[in-house]
Design a protein around this ligand. Structure first.
Ligand SMILES: Cc1cc2nc3c(=O)[nH]c(=O)nc-3n(C[C@H](O)[C@H](O)[C@H](O)COP(=O)(O)OP(=O)(O)OC[C@H]3O[C@@H](n4cnc5c(N)ncnc54)[C@H](O)[C@@H]3O)c2cc1C
Length: 334
């Protein structure tokens, strides 16, 4: 169904469940979508799909994190993710309520669900966004995402059809403040899943071990690049991270040299982080790397005063990264 701009209202965030709880990215998106909804004077709604009774306290939680309304679809066929059932249920809701935007986390599930849903609703989808902003001149959402293999950061909008749709990476926004005093409306929508008519059957769910350390929730990251020079030098970063209570990460070059596992790579094709402190040591700062970095404070150390990493750094140190690490470790050990 084609929905026109003037016939739509309300920003929706799909609240993805994992093991019975909402994924962190969905709460982050509720916070960001709250700002979009306020900017365009629209309501913010969360959409929850779960097995019988599986939504439990989650609607109240979504309201505490910023939703005005929560659409809850519960029943057999929704306890585990099924592309067809989930897509059909959300499309049914969207056709009934006509939201102006649907925002989904760029998780494995979200990346599977969003394109199918967009096709079903005959609208556009901007995938893998790193930011969103309401454009008051066009009255559209500007979806900001890396393009051409991360060589460019582009702004995409969906000017005519509704809902506007985007998947957004985890770690792009801080968690919103939870307020249990907030009040909202919970709307139960009985949409039968009819798993027997589905072409897809979920036979088993295997939870894979997380790839590498949990960098996404680290507050401090000590990240090394090619400029660290060798595996031995790179090893020194672990002591610095330990002293700062942080984790070690890397740009792509050290991963390719085998100095560190791929699960520790930050950037467009690695992990996205949102930290209090990010120390970039011997990292040039290509767009593919910095696309994954969000931090309250960025300290960059590079021999080249023109290195692009200095464009995003709060504190820029022109010098040798190894000397910097040794000096800082010595100071912190005192
Ligand atoms: C499709 C695609 C996706 C990509 N995805 C990612 C990604 O997710 N993450 C990622 O990181 N990269 C990614 N890349 C690779 C990216 O483009 C860069 O090649 C990579 O980030 C470079 O790593 P680097 O900065 O460590 O190394 P380099 O580019 O080699 O830079 C090394 C830096 O160290 C400095 N230096 C040298 N010696 C010293 C010293 N002794 N002290 C201080 N500074 C020193 C140099 O001046 C230089 O700035 C991707 C590339 C493509 C094409």
């Amino acid at each position: 169904m084609l929905v026109k701009k003037e016939d739509s209202n309300g920003i929706w965030v799909f609240a993805e469940l994992c093991g019975g709880s909402v994924r962190k990215v969905s709460f982050e998106l509720l916070g960001a979508a709250r700002r979009l909804a306020d900017a365009q004077s629209e309501k913010l709604a969360a959409v929850i799909l779960a097995g019988d009774g599986g939504a439990s306290e989650i609607p109240e939680e979504a309201i505490a994190f910023g939703a005005d309304e929560v659409y809850v679809v519960e029943g057999p066929g929704y306890e585990t993710y099924n592309t067809e059932a989930y897509c059909c249920a959300i499309a049914t809701l969207a056709e009934k309520y006509r939201p102006s935007a649907i925002i989904i986390g760029a998780t494995d599930l979200g990346r599977d669900l969003a394109p199918r849903l967009a096709a079903r609703l005959r609208t556009g989808l901007t995938a893998d966004c790193i930011d969103m902003a309401y454009n008051s001149e066009t009255a559209n959402i500007d979806w900001i995402c890396p393009a051409f293999g991360g060589k460019l950061i582009v702004t995409i909008s969906c000017p005519d059809s509704r809902p506007q749709m985007g998947t957004v990476r985890q770690g792009m926004y801080d968690l919103p403040r939870r307020s249990d005093a907030r009040r909202g409306r919970i709307i139960a929508e009985p949409i039968p899943a009819s798993p027997e008519s589905s072409l897809v059957r979920v036979l088993d769910t295997v939870v894979s071990a997380a790839e590498g350390p949990d960098l996404e929730s680290a507050q401090v990251i000590v990240a090394g690049g090619h400029g660290m020079g060798s595996a031995e030098n790179f090893e020194k970063l672990y002591r610095l991270a330990e002293l700062l209570g942080g984790k070690v990460a890397a740009s792509r070059a050290p991963v390719e040299f085998g100095w560190i596992d791929e699960g520790c790579m930050i950037g467009h094709s690695g992990k996205s982080v949102s930290t209090k402190l990010y120390i970039a040591l011997g990292i040039s700062g290509t767009i593919q790397h910095v696309a994954g970095v969000k931090s309250d404070l960025i300290i960059a150390v590079n021999k080249d005063r023109n290195a692009p990493i200095f464009d995003i750094a709060d504190i820029s140190v022109v010098g040798d990264a190894n000397e910097f690490v040794s000096a800082l470790v010595a100071r912190l050990e005192k």
